[in-house]
Design a protein around this ligand. Structure first.
Ligand code: TUI
Length: 312
């Protein structure tokens, strides 16, 4: 059914990547996912290289299976992180929130398999030309920083446009979502939101509880005015964003700094302090389907058992 064997390419058991959630996807989560047969991914996010180096060290102690590191291209530490993954012999790098072309030579020299997240067909084609080994086509159902297209519309168009493996992301949390993605031509999936509630996920208890009780309509998009739209759970922070957006839109010269100030530190506030009212609780639209806390092994085994039944 799928055109490429992503498992063979990466030496993993299941064609499932764990989404690289900034401030959340650490060695504990990535190691557990890799041990369970998926591709665990450490999110570098906005963290400095020293912090990421420690996580890489820890994940190597936790698992002898392949793992990846995600480089968030808006980070002020991008260059340091690129050097770090090359020095540490990381095998797989995913990128998000931008175009990784500036770093491709470094990745190639280090023998790193580059798998960028793309929000459009044009970006997917650019990445293929650059030498990316696969792409992750991420729809706007995803949590965090998002593009404009839905997974349903984006994935088949990317599949038709490139001759490298395509992983689907955005709105996938169970075997039905995974099977649907394969029907669209995907060769694998990336799952974020469901891993937020994994036993091995170290996110604050309040954050987990909020995802577990989330309904279908509980997410919204903030920051559209800034050019960096982010999907999060509705709360007091998103209402403040909405109010500020309405006010600033009416002005001749909107005060963009106001949005930076509102967003600054908000993700850490939710992830580390558990402030789910004034913090940024990033989550995909599929949170309403995520109702039980399980180990990463239970999550992956459940999805793969169901998937194999569905595609038979
Ligand atoms: O990156 C993500 N999701 C994220 S990053 C993040 S941390 C953050 N916090 C606040 C503001 C901004 C970031 C939280 N969630 N997903 C992958 C993703 N990549 N979504 C969209 C894109 C993307 C956008 C434009 C990828 C490439 C691109 O341009 C490529 C090109 O060729 O122009």
């Amino acid at each position: 059914m799928s055109r490429f064997d992503i498992c063979k390419l990466l030496g993993i058991k299941y064609p499932i990547f764990q989404g690289a959630m900034a401030w959340i996807a650490d060695a504990s989560l990535a190691g557990a996912v890799s041990n369970a047969g998926g591709l665990g991914i450490i999110a570098a996010g906005n963290a400095p290289a020293d912090v990421v180096r420690e996580e890489i060290k820890k994940v190597k102690e936790l698992t002898d299976k392949p793992f990846g590191v995600n480089i968030m291209l808006l980070s002020p530490f991008v260059d340091d992180i690129v050097k770090l993954v090359c020095d540490e012999g990381v095998k797989v790098v995913t990128t998000g929130a931008g175009n990784p072309s500036r770093h491709v030579e470094a990745f190639n020299n280090a023998g790193i398999v580059l798998i960028p997240v793309v929000p459009s067909v044009a970006a997917a084609k650019r990445m293929e030309k650059l030498g990316a080994k696969a792409v992750i086509a991420e729809g706007m159902e995803s949590g965090g920083h998002i593009g404009k297209l839905t997974t349903m519309a984006l994935v088949p168009q990317v599949v038709d446009a490139v001759n490298i493996p395509v992983l689907a992301a955005g709105g996938i949390a169970d075997e039905r979502g995974m099977a649907a993605a394969f029907m669209l031509g995907a060769d694998g999936v990336q799952i974020g939101t469901r891993f937020l509630v994994a036993k091995e996920c170290t996110v604050h208890r309040n954050y987990k509880e909020r995802i577990l009780k989330a309904k279908d309509i509980d997410t919204t998009i903030t920051g559209q005015i800034t050019g960096h739209p982010v999907r999060v759970i509705k709360n007091k922070l998103t209402r403040a964003f909405d109010a500020a957006e309405k006010e600033e839109m009416g002005k001749q010269t909107p005060d963009m700094e106001r949005f930076d100030n509102l967003g600054r530190g908000a993700l850490q506030k939710a992830v580390k302090e558990g402030d789910i009212e004034f913090g940024s609780v990033m989550s995909g639209q599929i949170a309403g389907l995520v109702n039980k806390e399980q180990s990463c092994r239970e999550i992956l085994d459940e999805i793969m058992t169901g998937f194999n039944k569905l595609v038979k």
